[in-house]
Ligand binder design. Sequence first.
Ligand code: HEM
Length: 406
Amino acid sequence: MQVLDIDPFRDEFIADPWRELTQIREAGPVVRLPMYDVYAVSRHEDVVHVLRDSQGFSSAAGVGYVNVKKDRPWRAPSIVLEVDKPLHSHTRRVISQVLSDTALRSLEPEFDRRAAELVDELVDRRDFDAVADLARRYPTDVFGDAVGLPPGDRAKALEYGAMAFAGNGPPNAEFQRAAADVDGVARWVSEQCRRSALTSTGFGAQLYRAADRGLITEDDAALLVRSLLSAGLDTTVSALAFAVMRFATNPEQWDLLRQDPALIQNAVEEVIRIEAPFLMFFRTTSGPQEVSGVKIPAETKVLVFIGGAGRDPRKWERPDDFDVRRDTSGHVGFGYGIHRCVGQALARVELRSILSAMAARVTRWTLTGDATYECHNTLRTLSSLPVTVESAPALVRAATIGGGRG
Ligand code: HEM
């Protein structure tokens, strides 16, 4: 087995991981990264193998670098993401019911209306920062309301998410940076997760109603609201920011989308495949395992490179090309197996709403400055993306695009 002297938790790696991910992927189905004493998989087939075998490759020792069965984690582990069957099946069922298709369908008109309103405002401004003014603002508003957060300093939820994703990595400088105010931010989050702080109609209140029905405890309900906040915001912000960056740098793809808004759904998948916002996370072997003929000892952390699978030439033709018409089925950007993202349908609604509103008004994106990357150990995102837009009048939207969506 190849041993590689690569640090995947360096900011430079996370911002632009593709060259070194190719090196890792081509070195073999499983490699060892001695810097952290972990194994890693990055080929599509092997990533799927590991994620499919949730008993052999357990999440219960944490999906981060720290083995939470041996060492104290920085926060209580998630009761959905960091548990195995049968516990997982139970909490997953509760959270899935709350995020049901019917619940999401009822949110769509409001998400669409608010996306159109925001895009109209930004088109009037012409110059703006696609991260601060769009990618962070929209999900913080609509997702925050859907969960039932009280109005106020919702930016703290983004800080908490950054801390959670950074906390999945080793205790390096990035984690120290993200966790500078760990007590303050964690206190803020637990206050938001209390029943009394939440509106009576959001996902949060519904999780508490599951507690009233005896399906989970009140403490579990608070932890599941926390799961929504940790996993649901920074990921969507990242995907939105990368979507704008991709369309600004691939104007012919934007033209395709405008000509055929039915491509919007597939464009969302393509952004997630190629950019992999949740770039990597861990599993821990529960006993000796074998992946594509390579043996991995028991109780070993295995780094799962979602970003590697998304660009594996064994699975994808021209993997580094952004192509809204490609067949994206089988991408693992939302995970795979029992822990596949429970919020993916909601994320899709948010991303589609914004892309539809933008396709109706924006004819051309131009970057007016460099993108600034933000790296939270396991999450890739942007902190700034200055853009200017050319636009069609709002009237044209009704006539030509008709609010169409994929
Ligand atoms: C573009 C946006 C998103 C991306 C790329 C993404 C990605 C992922 C991935 C890769 C996993 C699997 C992790 C693992 O197997 O260890 C996951 C799980 C999860 N995601 Fe998402 N996610 C997104 C949006 C959301 C949203 C909006 C929510 C909340 C509404 C959410 C809540 C969760 C939860 C609770 C889990 C754990 C599920 C389980 O363990 O059964 N995510 N996500």
